[in-house]
Design a protein. Structure first.
Length: 434
């Protein structure tokens, strides 16, 4: 994690203090359940809760771990220093370290998901607002980077909204997928701990008991979770790339907001660079870096090994903190983004009328001209627009074959811009509802 690309709420989810607090709650709730079952004395379970307001000393735990070379044992030793050795003798009864580590990790991922959903909702709100604002702002659509046919800026925002809305549904599903806990003991057989302890702990932590664990929670769940984060990151890059292209000097149909006192270049004072969306493209790459390692974590030796552990200590905080920051940054970019409608029209008219070529082609075929001949008639005029910047409509009106098929009025009628935007309302209803 880099503080430059971090937000405090998400960083807090992954702090040692938060982790040790969750570890304590797992152990304390497990003691309560065992006391209810008569496995351990009630007074011992109650004694554990004496540490409920303790600020666990991270440095002290690290000091103990330096000797034990085991993080969970170091924590349990520190807990006993607060609770008392005799009172704490039943803590961790029948449990294994992964019961604590995996259940805690999933609690953290659930909390991270909730923060990511807040970021997604903020982004969706910004995209919807700009889509409605520019529903009828005409711009040229591009395929392969080349002028295609007219569309609207509102449709551009709307398709990004629809994509992010799908991502929200994916994240909700990923949150549910990851919200399991396991308190099943060594190799997951419950040999030394009652399954009802697991049920109690999971209920208290807002999790579902893992149907069958080994010594670890199955890592296909985590693979799906991080893959979802990777898809969301790719969608962020999709939006960022569009804005970067729009801000190019020779395009300038939209741009990031440039604040008072902001500097674009140390060498060239005139520069206004799309630094935020370029940054988002880079952050998306960082999030996607977690996907393959998460998938490789699925295959563990027998009931467990710890090859996944070092990976997850990195990708858990790194991917969620980075994605959280990226979502809020993109929401701010969209909310303040500058849009230049006149530049959109000017760009579309750099090759006058050329974007209407398909409509003329279809009209010729409707008039009885073969598709091959119609294509040839349209293309020979279109190429002159490309090469000489002539007016496409005027070229067609001067083409005797085209006029013979369509008539002058028929040619002129094919240059009505409203033809291309007549179904915008229908698309908006599909995306945003009535």
């Amino acid at each position: 994690m880099i503080s430059r690309y971090s937000r405090p709420d998400m960083v807090a989810v992954w702090s040692p203090e938060t982790k040790f607090r969750i570890w304590f709650e797992i152990e304390a709730h497990a003691c309560d359940a065992m006391a209810d079952l008569g496995t351990i004395p009630r007074e011992n379970a109650e004694a554990v809760w004496k540490a409920k307001d303790v600020e666990f000393d991270v440095a002290r735990i690290d000091e103990i771990e330096a000797v034990t070379k085991h993080d969970v044992i170091a924590f349990l030793t520190h807990l006993a220093e607060h609770v008392g050795s005799d009172e704490a003798r039943f803590v961790h009864q029948g449990m294994t370290s992964s019961d604590v580590l995996d259940t805690c990790f999933n609690v953290q991922l659930v909390r991270a998901s909730d923060l990511l959903l807040v970021g997604l909702d903020k982004l969706l709100e910004a995209l919807k607002k700009r889509a409605l604002e520019h529903k009828d702002t005409v711009r040229v659509g591009r395929s392969h980077g080349i002028h295609a046919e007219p569309t609207t800026m509102g449709l551009t925002f709307a398709r990004f909204y629809a994509e992010m809305d799908r991502n929200r549904a994916r994240l909700v599903a990923a949150r549910e997928e990851i919200a399991t806990g396991a308190i099943s003991g060594a190799v997951g057989t419950f040999a030394n701990i009652d399954p009802r302890v697991e049920e109690h702990v999971c209920e208290k932590l807002g999790l579902t008991p893992e149907p069958i664990s080994t010594q670890v929670i199955p890592r296909d769940r985590h693979a799906m979770f991080f893959a979802t984060l990777g898809v969301i990151a790719s969608s962020i890059e999709n939006v960022a790339i569009e804005i970067r292209h729009m801000q190019r000097t020779e395009v300038l149909e939209g741009a990031e907001f440039f604040s008072m006192g902001q500097k674009g270049s140390s060498a060239m004072p005139h520069k206004k660079n799309p630094v935020l969306t370029e940054n988002l493209t880079g952050l998306a790459r960082l999030v996607r870096m977690s996907v393959i390692p998460a998938m490789e974590n699925v295959a563990l030796w027998h009931e467990r090994d710890i090859s996944h552990s070092s990976v997850e200590r990195g990708i858990g905080p790194d991917a969620t903190v980075t994605l959280d920051f990226a979502l809020h940054r993109l929401a701010g970019v969209i909310d303040k983004m500058l849009v230049f409608p006149q530049n959109m029209l000017d760009n579309m008219n750099k090759f006058p009328g050329l974007v209407m070529s398909q409509r003329v082609l279809l009209a010729l075929t409707q008039a009885g001209v073969s598709r091959e001949d119609a294509y040839s008639m349209v293309q020979r005029n279109a190429l002159k627009v490309w090469e000489e910047r002539l007016d496409f409509r005027e070229l067609l009106l001067a083409d005797k074959e085209v006029v013979a098929a369509l008539g002058e009025d028929g040619v002129n009628e094919k240059f009505d811009m409203d033809y291309h935007t007549k179904h915008v309302d229908t698309i908006f209803k599909r995306v945003f509802g009535a």
